[in-house]
Design a protein around this ligand. Structure first.
Ligand code: ZN
Length: 60
């Protein structure tokens, strides 16, 4: 099943999405807000870890 946001193969970690970005895009959609994050191919590393509140920043 492809990512509902961008139709790319899904990532196990983000199922049913391919990335956190697509997950957030879909969330925004369900919250009734306009797409704050462009659902287009962006020049970003979709596999990069986004800031996680449960994980303290590694400053060193
Ligand atoms: Zn996607």
């Amino acid at each position: 099943m492809p990512c509902p946001t961008c139709q790319k193969p899904t990532e196990l970690k983000f199922r049913p999405f391919c990335s956190k970005r697509c997950q957030l895009v879909d969330l925004n959609h369900w919250f009734g807000e306009s797409y704050a994050i462009p659902a287009v191919e962006a020049e970003v590393d979709e596999n990069a870890d986004w800031p996680d509140p449960l994980t303290p920043p590694n400053d060193s």
